[in-house]
Design a binder for this molecule. Structure first.
Ligand SMILES: Nc1ncnc2c1ncn2[C@@H]1O[C@H](COP(=O)(O)OP(=O)(O)OP(=O)(O)O)[C@@H](O)[C@H]1O
Length: 270
């Protein structure tokens, strides 16, 4: 399925019912779908239009980077797409579930069970071991860890044999690997990353990005990552460019050079 996006007008069929996000029957729903999503902070003369009618469909098993100048709406997009905040208008779907139709309790459960997050800050619990940190989302959901899956993701992020350590005994890159395993443990519909390598040196950042890439290639995970870094974006299958609350471009098979060039033309680093 292609990435479908538009901010100026609708390019996708409108959602017709709560369980049919407007795609042909038999075709799997995209992992994430936004229809005419807008977000306005404040009111009247001080209102800020952070998102302006974003239409977007992100295919399952893809790695998407979201870039744009400061203030273009990247964090707002992530917050609305991940169900951390509600848009002012439009609809957001996670798989076949419309997030914007859920009440707060259901939305909290949805985030906990079907969304993984990797932020710039690792947000690990210092008193818990690596394994306890990884399995925390399951314990919060009252679910047991599947030992095969736990072993697989621990291996995938290169932490086999380190399950008994505490976060303070790990490097920054290792801590971010724990955070990634924790994001994967519930087998989420989507892993959302907000500058996940922002606190890491270039070498370590590349290792973590390669891991994110492998979760897409080996585990079929869908990853959506906001970043300022063209090198980070080059690990994705596609880059979406936001400017002034609109998706203004998309680049497939990105390279760091082409992404940097596109960002310069958006005035990001003028
Ligand atoms: N809680 C808020 N209240 C009012 N305005 C906000 C709020 N959050 C964001 N904005 C405004 O919305 C616009 C988009 O902000 P957003 O944080 O989504 O951009 P961004 O692309 O993530 O920026 P950056 O790269 O600097 O983090 C900006 O003009 C910002 O000032």
């Amino acid at each position: 399925m292609p990435w479908i996006f538009s901010s100026a007008g609708r390019t996708t069929a409108p959602a017709s019912s709560a369980l049919s996000p407007g795609f042909h029957s038999g075709e799997p729903a995209p992992a994430v779908r936004l229809d005419a999503v807008s977000k306005v902070y404040g009111r009247g003369a001080s209102a800020v239009h952070a998102l302006r009618g974003v239409d977007l469909a992100i295919p399952r098993g893809s790695f998407t980077a979201v870039m744009g100048p400061s203030g273009s709406g990247k964090s707002t997009f992530l917050q609305c797409a991940a169900g951390l905040d509600r848009p002012s208008g439009g609809t957001v779907w996670l798989g076949d579930q419309e997030l914007t139709a859920l009440d707060e309790t259901a939305l909290t459960r949805m985030r906990r069970d079907r969304v993984g997050f990797v932020f710039q800050a690792y947000n690990l619990m210092p008193s818990l071991t690596v394994e306890q940190n990884i399995t925390l989302p399951l314990r919060l959901a009252g679910r047991r860890a599947d030992s095969d899956w736990l072993a697989r993701i621990t291996d995938q992020v290169g932490l086999t044999g380190r399950g008994g350590r505490r976060p303070a005994e790990l490097s920054g890159g290792q801590q971010q690997r724990v955070a990634l395993a924790r994001a994967l443990v519930t087998r989420p519909e989507v892993v959302f990353g907000d500058e996940p390598t922002g606190a890491l040196d270039t070498m370590t950042a590349k290792e973590v990005l390669a891991l994110l890439r492998r979760t897409v290639d080996d585990l079929g995970q869908t990853v959506v990552m906001v970043t300022h870094d063209p090198m980070a974006a080059s690990f994705a299958d596609a880059v979406l460019f936001l400017a002034d609350g609109r998706i203004v471009d998309r680049m497939a098979a990105p390279t760091a050079e082409r992404v940097a060039d596109r960002m310069s033309r958006l005035g990001a680093w003028a």
